[in-house]
Write a protein that binds this ligand. Structure first.
Ligand code: TRP
Length: 459
């Protein structure tokens, strides 16, 4: 295992057989592995609850189609054309001292911040594997209060955060393709099957099914706040791993004979379907057990165990193992972007970079792991966890995505784009039109709206 291309992760591998995943499946798996994660199963259901349900879901779906899909194609085009990390890519396709490389820096910074709190949630998922083994018992209230106990004890949160970061670092040092890619083939479909089963159970065997469907799919626009719209956009970025160059980096390892359009549609569709299935499954339980939809980040950790108390560890242990795995395939993509930048642009070795940056992210994450640390933010005292989540998801990713979109649409050479897209037909013209006039305008308006700066609105 000392051979460079065997032990290397994505970047080493790309240097030996530069630009190729093993197969089309290789890219689809890694990209869906990055996209599908805590964002789908933990975050989507809980923020949908916080922002009031179906109207939020609808705005999110619109964002996926008019912002997410075109932007994913833009990132893949830039990545595959340049075959570089996010900073190098903008330089390669523009000029050596290009100001556009700042977009890449912002991406690297976003990866750093997101992974720091993402790891804390992934840690909760791991803690719940072991809680599941012991079994959940007691009243609904008692089961739900276990989550509060976990979060309130920094030592437990820190321990799991440590373990998750060690796993991410180990995988990124050791070899993404041979480990994660092969496992993804088995584990992603299993996760899908378990979620489908949970959804079927929720819809057909509990009283919560009809109310869940209504809550998620019957919009009441009077409930839609400015913050909700901003968060729907931010979540579209977050769940599709966009706006920080993760898809750009993965695109740089993509084969030339693959269709970017087809792959981007596949990844976005799979990601959206998983989120919706998770939403229906979880809300059926929420309403069945009369829980609060707006419970916040603890939602799945409080609702699902009440059901698991009945099913036993047969269902709960695999569920939390798979959730951890989904988080891991996303976590490594976040770390990979940061690492790829330092390797390519600063000439550090993979091992050194991964160890140093992984440790830095870990230390930064301690702020989020200690729930009792708070700072004033948006008018109230909040934990670092919420603050970092809000800033990175709702500002850093949209700004990064906005700049990436402008670059792809206005700055990049026409010939470069066409070479990657594969044709100049109506589909191509449509994409460029959307990237020029629709996506950036939508992102810009939503950002202004989120900052409460739109002149014609009444805040
Ligand atoms: N998309 C992942 C999720 O839904 C999280 C993630 C992985 C991510 N890589 C990213 C988010 C890059 C933003 C940018 O859990």
């Amino acid at each position: 295992m000392s051979n460079g291309s065997e032990t290397g992760g994505l970047t080493e591998n790309k240097q030996s057989i530069r630009g190729n995943w093993g197969s089309r499946m290789g890219f689809i798996l890694a990209a869906t592995g990055s996209a599908i994660g805590l964002g789908n199963i933990w975050k989507f259901p809980y923020i949908t609850g916080v922002y009031g349900g179906a109207a939020f879901v609808l705005v999110y779906l619109v964002c996926v189609v008019i912002v997410g899909l075109p932007l994913m194609m833009a990132e893949l085009i830039i990545g595959r054309r340049s075959k570089k990390n996010p900073v190098g890519a903008f330089k390669a396709l523009h000029k050596p001292r290009s100001p556009w490389q700042a977009t890449g820096w912002l991406g690297v910074a976003s990866g750093f911040v997101i992974l720091s709190f993402y790891s804390v949630v992934a840690g909760w998922a791991m803690a719940y594997i072991f809680k599941s083994l012991a079994g959940f018992s007691g009243t609904g209230q008692q089961i739900q209060s276990q989550f509060g106990t976990l979060v309130a004890h920094p030592s437990a949160s820190i321990m799991w955060h440590t373990i998750f970061m060690v796993l991410c670092i180990g995988i990124v040092i050791g070899g993404v393709q041979r480990g994660i890619e092969r496992w993804s083939k088995i584990l992603m479909p299993t996760l899908f099957a378990i979620l489908l089963a949970l959804m079927a159970y929720g819809v057909f065997y509990t009283h919560g099914g009809p109310r869940a469907l209504e809550f998620l799919f019957k919009p009441d626009f009077s409930k839609l706040s400015a913050e909700a719209v901003l968060s729907a956009l931010g979540h579209a970025f977050f769940t599709l791993s966009l706006g920080m160059g993760a898809m750009l980096t993965y695109g740089s390892y993509m084969r030339r004979d693959e269709s970017i359009t087809r792959d981007a549609i596949t990844v976005s569709a799979l990601d959206t379907i998983i989120a919706l299935i998770a939403g229906v499954a979880i809300y059926s339980l929420v309403f069945n057990f009369d829980m609060d939809p707006a419970a916040g980040p603890g939602l799945i950790f409080q609702t699902l165990p009440v059901l698991f108390a009945k099913t036993g560890p047969w269902v709960s242990v695999p569920f939390f193992i798979l959730l951890t795995f989904a988080a891991l395939t996303s976590g490594i993509s976040l770390l990979e972007v940061v690492v790829a930048y330092f390797i390519d642009e600063r000439g550090w070795s993979r091992k050194k970079t991964t160890l140093i940056l992984g440790t830095a992210i870990y230390l930064f994450g301690l702020l989020s792991a200690i729930a009792s640390l708070t700072i004033p933010f948006r008018g109230r005292d909040q934990g670092f966890f919420d603050v970092f989540d809000f800033i990175s998801t709702n500002y850093m990713l949209p700004v990064g995505g906005f700049l990436t979109c402008l670059f792809a649409a206005w700055v990049m050479k026409e010939s470069d784009r066409v070479a990657e897209f594969g044709s100049r037909g109506p589909l191509y013209k449509g994409l460029i039109f959307v990237l020029r006039y629709v996506t950036p305008v939508a992102v810009f308006i939503v950002l202004l709206h989120g900052l409460e700066l739109l002149p014609f609105m009444d805040y």
